[in-house]
Design a protein around this ligand. Structure first.
Ligand code: AMP
Length: 504
């Protein structure tokens, strides 16, 4: 097993990596980092979920010194969401080296971004339009760039950004190192790679698996706001064990919140959650503590579960590789599975692209037909009843049951909760997932110490185990959540507050 230090990255980066809970490098990190650290250009074929962001970030952070006035690294990303995600990951990886990272994208005020540039920064992560814009206004200098990363090149093409990207490439020094990543390889993407790189090393990591014949694939035409109804129909049809894929983290949070409010047992995972928390959720899903897992594509990696009955593409993925990978979560180990892809009228061209790629049909069904299809798979249900769903022997199952009982008891009359109130709520973009994640990471408590959570528009209430509440309050008060400073106080009564707080 290769370790991060063996890949040639420095102590500080290794410490940051360890702090993020990454125990060992992913295959693309093993393949890319040593060559990349030597300065070689690189063309990587890799999808989200492979650890590609970590791969290129460690290379560029390892090769540049922090503390510059003008950026030495520029990362181009097609969407605001990706730019945001990448800049967060790079900030986490720079915790010890102290590189400063600025995110520049459209739809956000210029003033903050200009201030960031004027105060000096090492890394810029941005969308092509805003990057060019700030360059042409004289705020962003590109002549000191040593490292250029072009992420999701195929999506840049799809979204019509390639001209801007090529302009940006031409504005950076010829002696730079260029790293380019793309989920798919078209001639156009190859052409850009050839024009912008010197003798690039090619790295290809595909975590694709052939689509099993055992997956029955359907698509349902829905209006954007009608997806939840169809999802409910699928759930009502035998309560299948399912993974629901969404394209953004926000969508995952919203759906998780909606389903939890309906009282369903549901888990959620996405890239903003600490690794330990994601693993805990996946374990819970494997062990049937919940039947629904809502996820971004991050989940596809490491989600090795044999008894998933149904995959729902709540958002239809853009590229067919992601589609095949997602639906490959069902129909594993020789068992049958079903997949549903929701397509809005704008997205219906995606279905033929999946069919071409797989050379297989995806059948159209109406909402009525969904209610009648056979989704739940008795063979699989019997399987998880027998072995707990994760292939572990029965002894393990007994252990799990004991833990569950303890947690149930903890929620019972003996547990004393103190309610902490926060002066931020839904308006500040908060939701239950964000609150739990903030409390567990900032206050260092386990999820089991958190009771119910109530969300209002400008405030929230969190039940916390009374024995640790004072310490938790100290750590949360004044901390930043979603970029906003939060004031935490004890709610007026030291109370269980069950009626006020929604079910988590
Ligand atoms: P990406 O493919 O860059 O979108 O990364 C997918 C997810 O994997 C992100 O949430 C990363 O934080 C996480 N990740 C990247 N590298 C590792 C690693 N070596 N170990 C564990 N998680 C990782």
């Amino acid at each position: 097993m290769t370790s991060f230090s063996e890949l040639g990255i420095g102590k500080r980066l290794c410490a940051a990596v360890a702090g993020m809970g990454w125990n060992q490098p992913t295959p693309i990190q093993v393949a890319a980092i040593p060559e990349g650290m030597s300065g070689r250009d690189m063309f990587g074929q890799a999808q989200t979920g492979t650890g590609k962001t970590g791969a290129y970030s460690l290379i560029v952070l390892g090769r540049t010194r922090p503390g510059s006035d003008v950026p030495t690294t520029i990362v181009l990303a097609p969407t605001r969401e990706l730019a945001d995600q990448v800049s967060k990951e790079m900030r986490n990886l720079s915790k010890e080296t102290r590189h400063s990272v600025a995110a520049l994208y459209g739809g956000a005020p210029y003033a903050d971004q200009i201030r960031r540039l004027e105060s000096g920064c090492d890394v810029v992560v941005g969308t092509p339009g805003r990057v060019l814009d700030l360059h042409s206004k004289g705020y962003l200098k590109l002549d000191a760039v040593k490292e250029l990363v072009i992420d999701e090149a195929d999506r840049m093409l799809d979204m019509g950004f390639m001209e801007d990207v090529e302009t940006i490439i031409s504005l950076t020094p010829a002696g730079r190192q260029t790293l380019m990543f793309s989920a798919t390889l078209s001639d156009e993407v190859r052409g850009i790679a050839e024009r912008s790189m010197r003798d690039p090393m090619e790295v290809s990591v595909s975590h694709d698996e052939p689509v099993s014949d055992l997956v029955r694939q359907y698509y349902v035409e829905v209006k954007r706001n009608g997806k939840m109804d169809v999802l409910r129909d699928i759930m009502a049809n035998g309560d299948p064990k399912m993974v629901v894929f969404c394209s953004t983290k926000k969508m995952v949070d919203d759906l998780y919140e909606g389903l939890s409010l309906e009282g369903r047992k549901v888990g959620a995972i996405h890239g903003d959650m600490p690794q330990a928390r994601r693993e805990k959720t996946i374990r819970g899903f494997k062990r049937d503590r919940m039947n629904i897992l809502v996820a971004t594509d991050v989940a596809a990696r490491g989600l090795d579960i044999d008894n998933i009955e149904c995959v729902v593409n709540y958002d239809a993925p853009l590229d067919p590789e992601t589609y095949t990978h997602r639906i490959g979560r069902a129909g594993r180990a020789g068992r049958t599975g079903v997949s549903f892809t929701f397509v809005t009228p704008k997205e219906d061209r995606r279905i033929p692209s999946y069919e071409d790629y797989m050379d297989r049909k995806v059948e159209r069904v109406t909402r009525k037909q969904v209610q009648k299809l056979e989704i739940a798979n008795p063979e699989l249900k019997a399987l998880h009843a027998e072995d707990d769903g994760d292939g572990k022997p029965r002894r393990e199952k007994v252990k799990v049951k004991a833990v569950v009982r303890k947690e149930k008891a903890a929620e019972g009359p003996g547990m004393d909760y103190t309610v902490i109130s926060l002066d931020l709520g839904k308006e500040a973009g908060l939701n239950r997932v964000a609150v739990i994640s903030h409390f567990t990471s900032k206050a260092g408590i386990g999820e089991e110490s958190i009771g119910r959570i109530g969300m209002a528009s400008a405030s929230s209430f969190v039940e916390v185990d009374s024995t640790v509440a004072a310490e938790v309050l100290k750590r949360i008060n004044g901390s930043k959540i979603n970029g906003r400073k939060v004031r935490a106080t004890f709610a007026p009564e030291k109370t269980r507050c069950r009626d006020k707080l929604a079910k988590r």
